[in-house]
Design a protein around this ligand. Sequence first.
Ligand SMILES: *Cc1c(COP(=O)(O)O)cnc(C)c1O
Length: 338
Amino acid sequence: MTIDWDNLGFDYIKTPFRYISNWKDGQWDDGKLTEDNTLHIHEGSAALHYGQQCFEGLKAYRCKDGSINLFRVDENSKRMNRSAKRLLMAEVPEDKFIQAVEEVVKANEAFIPPYGSGGTLYVRPLLVGVGEGIGVHSAPEFIFTVFCMPVGAYFKGGLTPTNFVFSDYDRAAPQGTGAIKVGGNYAASLLPGEEAKERSFSDCIYLDPATHTKIEEVGSANFFGITNDDRFITPLSPSILPSITKYSLLYLAEHKLGMEAVEEDVYIDSLEEFKEAGACGTAAVISPIGGIQTYDDFHVFYSETEVGPVTQKLYDELTGIQFGDIPAPDGWIRNIKI
Ligand SMILES: *Cc1c(COP(=O)(O)O)cnc(C)c1O
């Protein structure tokens, strides 16, 4: 198979190896790499009926010297275990999680896009409740699997701004599962996302489910804004998925760009306070938001066609660290030598 590294989208591409491990009778087996990209599971699996599943997303980056960087993989492990706890699933020990990710990345090394192509290897850890059952309770068995594929930009355009639209729907309830990475939140977002795309927007922006007066997030990426007085602001809410990219940007804005960086409420009637805005996440990286279709207006931030200067600086800092061109804060990078 030949891959056009410079024109990758965000689509499934089969790579040769994935990791799989099974939990039964209170313990995980050793786990192994396999070439089989299908799961054969019981028809009564809780993951299928009651959404007992969670996942993660991280990337492997090809550095200039040919080695490979993993970005904050320990944070992905911790977050998956928070999801697992909330859904009564078996947790995956951090060393097992990291070892599985490293094994999969190494085994599929030929599929990591070259340095400078803009592409990365997207790694998808997945935890599912399986085994016999039909009543509403936790599954008797779990599968932990990790697979990967080369990807390019998540929102078409990359660093070219795209437009978003406020949603009337909610992706999660105030005290629901918004803060954990579970398929159920995404099931709830499929229709709103599709309707936004039909109207030529990149995606919709969810508002706080209780009052619909504050911005929450994009549904697969968190929201941030740069205020006219140069503060980095990102919404604070118990129903937002805590993005590792978002926390990294909060740190970089403060320590590298010397900005005040805070999580606080972002009211939908205060958009004119922001000179730039963007969506951030592992898949989205930093995707500038050109404009937002609000309930009664179309609000443009910096520009509909050009990335703003602060967003550009944050992007350069973040991706510079991820690809190994800029020294990383302690513990952010695991470098794999091939
Ligand atoms: C995964 C995800 C994000 C981004 O989180 P990162 O850790 O930065 O990849 C944002 N919102 C939702 C709903 C997500 O599932």
